[in-house]
Write a new protein. Structure first.
Length: 258
């Protein structure tokens, strides 16, 4: 039996990148008087760089109005990220970032079956607290056995640090858990920690390949169509039982969709 599900946050629990972080970054730029804005397309390109501050610094290299020296750029990135985090929490408070379809139901499956839940992300703890507090209530933290965020795992995905820390905290072997991910960096981080993955592709990572270590790949957990391997019978969503069934398949067959 699966002992734990390890959840990525951005793009996996909710479509936070498209509907939350992008808007929050642009609001931060406006508040700070920075003369640039990110389009949806540009933000999609920047998501190849993991980490908010890292993303800002990468973009500044192509911004003529950015500070010329590295120290000033680092200070500006830190200030913009601070403002962005505040705007992001305000967006969550308005209810504009729902959980992705099927997420709440799968969390409940785990609660009923006694399967441990964990968050494994390299976004900030504040972002996680804002999102899950909104959707799971004031006592949401009690539902998760461990919470690994950017503060605990400074080496961003695809580095496996976050998954390695989670496994150590849970005192579980990698074959006893399954990761829920949406992006290539997340899949690679899990693979490097020998953790198998259910890949629930998101808006910005609709083409994430189902490579080594992926049990199954598809759209949202609440969509019964488009999964490879497919769901059994007339299953209306990805359930804990479906993930258990996928674990019985050879990984090579899972990746091919056999």
């Amino acid at each position: 039996m699966i002992r734990a599900l390890l959840w990525d946050v951005d793009g996996t629990l909710a479509e936070t990148e498209r509907h939350g972080h992008l808007s929050a970054f642009n609001r931060a730029f406006a508040e700070a008087g920075v003369p640039w804005r990110w389009s949806e397309a540009r933000y999609g390109e920047l998501l190849r760089v993991t980490g908010g501050c890292e993303r800002l610094l990468f973009d500044m290299a192509s911004q003529p109005a950015a500070p010329p020296d590295e120290r000033a750029r680092t200070a500006l990135a830190a200030e913009l990220h601070r403002l962005k985090s505040r705007h992001y929490e305000a967006i969550i408070d308005t209810g504009q970032l729902p959980l992705r379809p099927g997420v709440a139901e799968l969390l409940e499956d785990c609660a009923c079956a006694g399967v441990t839940l964990a968050v494994v992300t390299t976004t900030s703890r504040g972002n996680v607290e804002a999102l899950l507090g909104r959707h799971l209530g004031a006592r949401w933290r009690e539902r998760f056995a461990t919470l690994v965020c950017a503060e605990e795992a400074p080496r961003k995905k695809p580095d496996p640090q976050a998954y390695q820390l989670a496994l150590a905290d849970l005192a579980l072997e990698s074959d006893a858990v399954v990761a829920m991910e949406d992006s290539p960096a997340g899949v690679e981080a899990a693979r490097r920690a020998a953790v198998r993955v259910v890949l629930t592709r998101s808006y910005y990572f609709a083409d994430t390949p189902a490579g080594e270590g992926v049990l199954a790949a598809g759209p949202s957990l609440g969509d019964p169509c488009g999964w490879s391997p497919g769901l059994s019978g007339a299953a209306p969503r990805v359930s804990l039982g479906e993930i258990e069934r996928w674990r019985e398949f050879p990984l090579a067959a899972s990746a091919r969709g056999d």
